[in-house]
Design a binder for this molecule. Structure first.
Ligand code: SPV
Ligand code: MG
Length: 544
């Protein structure tokens, strides 16, 4: 059902109906959620939320702009308080066309003169528009609407202006005759007497709408018994917000502390809910490339890095500063840059020193007597924390907390086919020349331009290999697909049953996988990573 039909049904319903004021997308949504079947886009409140007066200081296009947000945010019909129509009949025609385009169901126009003033500011002094001119405006508006169910409500200001019941009834009759779908009889009195009298005289010639802001003490039952069609709570969302904001601001000014208001304000999560954050999350899953988003990085950073001496006395190697930020931050940034936001850091030595945002931590409290295989087991035992996906749906990218790397390494790893994939550097001679520990690998084929389309597999990993079998150095990068994860986990657990494996490194796992008949694919790279093991490496890292 269209919003225009829904509004028409409100006007014609036998029940007393209610509209709540709204002045932006958020208040509109809150009004709808509270159960209201229609909204009053109050001129007073739209002006107030812009911080200006209810005297046509906000332009009509600025009003339209906000209405578009309100209409987009809700499914209930909106009745715009269109003041005088912002000019003569011609301005109203254009307004009606624009309101229809924005899904606004109805407009209320009042028989004052542009620029109007709020009826409660010296209302008795205001001039009223000539009856004929206002009737012409109503006719023009009705002729302009394309949707037969769009409604125009004519607001009679004769009572507020002090022109009496006779004038009010004459005007109402003329406006209904001109095509108005309903009459809004306004009053600035503190009792409902004059609107009740009007309704009694008017009968049921056309639906009658009231705004009991000033006669708020009148029981709603009285309006129902009198046969009014619609009651508008015309400004109470804005007034509620004003009181609440003033109180929160004053408290914060005084206390300089959030504790005193935290329980009195909506949670950030509630704001996200009202904004529809969950829908966006779901849409991202549907429409964005999933490569990095469905992956979790596991950064093994539990060891101290004894070789670095004093540098790692109070913090682990992963946290030493390189170019003004911790090594681990460089790692997190590189993963983030390829869309991997779910990052688990396995920490151990000096674990309280880890204070990076945007990562989750897994503790290896046995770090002093265990190796990286054990740390990996700690990570594999954790459920997928960050993405909200069911456990086991994520690809895991395992890497070391002391390795700096260019973001293209996780990128190629993410894109590589295969359940188990390692990244191998063909420039292994550099490590060999420095006579440092390295994990050398033998592969099913050396790196070669001619081998562009061939799939290369890992044959074995060792700290020493004869040169003719040596095809590169393992970088520490290891991808485990969601499908292979359980198998890897089972094998890691099995390996760790042997006491000598408590201090084992990841190559023990790679070789065990190969022995178990698993295929481990190889992606070759040339450089662009740096293993930070020595003081010289730290210096070197600064220019990486
Ligand atoms: C408004 O809400 O802007 C109205 C109603 O026009 S009143 O403020 O009572 O005039
Ligand atoms: Mg108004």
């Amino acid at each position: 059902m269209t919003k225009t039909i829904r509004f028409r049904r409100l006007l014609q319903s036998q029940e007393l109906e209610f509209l709540i004021e709204a002045h932006n997308g958020l208040s509109a949504k809150i009004g709808e959620e509270a159960g209201f079947s229609g909204l009053w886009a109050s001129g007073l409140c739209l002006a107030a939320q812009y911080g200006v007066r209810d005297s046509n200081e906000a332009s009509w296009t600025q009003v339209l702009e906000m209405l578009e947000f309100m209409s987009d945010a809700t499914s209930v019909p909106i009745l715009l308080d269109g003041d005088t129509g912002y000019g003569n009949f011609n301005n109203l025609r254009r307004l009606v066309a624009k309101l229809e385009q924005r899904g606004v169901a109805a407009v209320c126009i009042e028989d004052k003169l542009f620029p109007k003033k709020n009826s409660f500011i010296n209302g008795g002094a205001q001039p009223l528009e000539e009856i004929d001119e206002f009737c012409g405006k109503i006719k023009a508006g009705k002729d302009a609407q394309r949707d037969d169910d769009f409604s125009i409500v004519a607001r009679v200001e004769a009572l507020v202006a002090g022109w009496g019941q006779g004038e009010a009834l004459t005007r109402a009759a003329a406006y209904a005759e001109a095509g108005a779908d309903a009459i809004l009889i306004h009053s600035a009195q503190s009792t409902a007497a004059e609107v009740l009298l009007f309704k009694q005289e008017w009968g049921d010639r056309a639906p009658v709408v009231i705004v009991p802001t000033k006669y708020y003490a009148t029981p709603t039952e009285t309006f129902r018994a009198a046969g009014f069609s619609v009651v508008i709570w015309a400004n109470h969302m804005l007034r509620a917000a004003v009181t609440s904001m003033q109180s929160a601001a004053a408290t914060l000014m005084r206390e300089q502390n959030l504790m005193s208001i935290e329980d009195r304000v909506a949670s950030v999560g509630e704001v996200f809910r009202l904004q529809g954050a969950a829908e966006l999350q779901e849409a991202e899953d549907r429409y964005l490339p999933q490569v990095g988003r469905s992956a979790r990085a596991v950064v093994l950073a539990a060891s101290r890095g004894d070789e670095l001496g004093e540098l790692t006395e109070s913090r682990p190697k992963a946290l030493i500063e390189v170019r003004g930020k911790p090594l681990l931050q460089h790692i997190v940034d590189a993963y983030n840059a390829v869309g991997v936001k779910d990052i688990s850091v396995v920490r151990g030595y000096s674990k309280e020193a880890f204070d990076l945002d945007g990562v989750s931590y897994v503790d290896n409290d046995e770090h002093a007597s265990t190796g990286e295989l054990y740390s990996l087991a700690c990570a594999l035992a954790e459920p997928d924390a960050g993405t909200g996906r069911a456990s086991g749906e994520e690809v895991l990218l395992v890497s070391y907390g002391d390795v700096l790397f260019h973001k293209y390494i996780p990128q190629v790893l993410l894109e590589a086919d295969g359940d188990l994939v390692v990244v191998v550097d063909t420039r292994w001679e550099e490590s060999a020349n420095l006579e440092r520990h390295a994990d050398y690998v033998e592969c099913s084929a050396p790196d070669s331009r001619r081998g562009f389309y061939t799939t290369v597999q890992l044959v074995r990993v060792a700290s020493q290999l004869p040169e003719e079998q040596l095809h590169g150095e393992w970088t520490g990068f290891f991808k485990i697909s969601a499908a292979a994860r359980e198998r890897v986990r089972a094998l890691v657990d099995k390996l760790l049953c042997a006491p000598e494996n408590r201090t084992a490194q990841i190559p023990v796992l790679l070789n065990a996988l190969l022995e178990a008949g698993e295929e481990v694919r190889v992606v070759y790279i040339a450089g662009h990573w740096l293993d930070v093991d020595t003081l010289a490496d730290v210096v070197h890292a600064g220019s990486f």
